[in-house]
Design a protein around this ligand. Structure first.
Ligand SMILES: C[S@@+](CC[C@H](N)C(=O)[O-])C[C@H]1O[C@@H](n2cnc3c(N)ncnc32)[C@H](O)[C@@H]1O
Length: 298
């Protein structure tokens, strides 16, 4: 086990950890289970519908979208369900995760979903342009999300947008969040967490490598989403809409805001905010009115 410190790992080492993690059958099975209706996370439908509506109006044609690090294709399928004539690519480094998407596409008779096995940076080296990049539960798998989004923006139509969704803010490190998470897990996970807690207390100097999952790199601290937005604005990638919301199973999302646990964030970015200045308010209204739980805009 390596004793490197968290910040000493490189983007390539994190990539390697992701390649290994997303080949594991237990992990892939977890994403297969997202087929269940209770996992149809409503925020994807609502945020992506608002974005697709604005893009379609500006472009006057079907949108060319890419679900980056899309795994089993949660966002890709939502885009196709909202705008069936959109051209959608799904990119992921794990063939096993993509196979789950392939099976779902076959079941739905979606023959035009373009499935690409590649890591994000290699994919972005290609000379292709997209109107919409979606990063769903993906930014936290990178050491430098700003660089990833910058490279994506280089491949984006000047009127295009990037949507990031379902990444953790620094709130996930709060005691409040961890206590809530503990309450909401099943008995086996509770037992595992208690065991882990006591083992850590006993080991006085655990190796850093044992303390976190390198593939989930940013979850070590959570992402400082406000700082991220400032850093992105400084490279001319402007946040049009930025919200924090309580991701999770439907019953939990009702309770979490009352405990101050809007722990996930979503950001809609563009290159030219003047282009969309008249759309921002209606996008926000659509999102606020339709989400069945409390959120915060910034
Ligand atoms: C937490 S899962 C999210 C999957 C999907 N986007 C969703 O929301 O359900 C993270 C995904 O990112 C993929 N991934 C991680 N690092 C990647 C990289 N550098 N390039 C491409 N895919 C990557 C993994 O294979 C995995 O499928």
């Amino acid at each position: 086990m390596s004793s490197k410190k968290w910040h000493e790992y490189s983007e390539d080492e994190i990539l390697q950890a992701n390649i290994e993690k997303y080949q594991r059958d237990d992990i892939v099975k977890f994403y297969e289970d997202f087929e269940e209706p209770r996992y149809t996370y409503i925020e994807y439908q609502i945020i992506l519908a608002a974005v697709l509506k604005a893009l379609r109006e500006k472009l006057g044609r079907p949108v060319r979208a890419v679900d980056m690090c899309g795994g089993a294709g949660k966002a890709a399928f939502v885009i196709k369900s909202i705008q069936p004539d959109s051209e959608v690519s799904l990119v992921d480094l794990s063939d096993k995760m993509l196979n789950v998407a392939r099976q779902r596409a076959a079941k739905l008779g979606l023959e035009d979903l373009n499935i690409v096995e590649a890591d994000a940076f290699s994919f972005l080296e290609q000379d292709v342009e997209y109107d919409l990049f979606v990063y769903s539960s993906a930014l936290h798998h990178f050491k430098d999300p700003v660089n990833l989004l910058k490279v994506s923006a280089d491949r984006m139509n000047p009127k295009g947008m990037i949507v990031t969704i379902a990444d953790p803010t620094t709130l996930i490190k709060s005691r409040r969040y961890r206590f809530f998470q503990f309450l909401a897990t099943n008995r086996d996970v509770k037992r595992h967490l208690i065991k882990q807690y006591f083992q850590r207390k006993i080991k006085k100097t655990p190796a850093t490598g044992e303390e976190f999952d390198l593939a989930e790199y940013q979850t070590y601290t959570g992402i400082n989403d406000h700082q991220l937005c400032k850093d992105l604005a400084s490279i001319d990638l402007h946040p049009l809409v930025h919200l924090r919301y309580p991701a999770g199973e439907p019953y939990m999302t009702k309770i979490m805001p009352y405990l101050g646990l809007c722990w996930a964030f979503s950001t809609v970015l563009c290159l030219n905010p003047a282009e969309y200045k008249n759309d921002v308010q209606s996008m926000k209204e659509d999102i606020r009115c339709q989400l069945p739980f409390r959120i915060h805009f910034y």
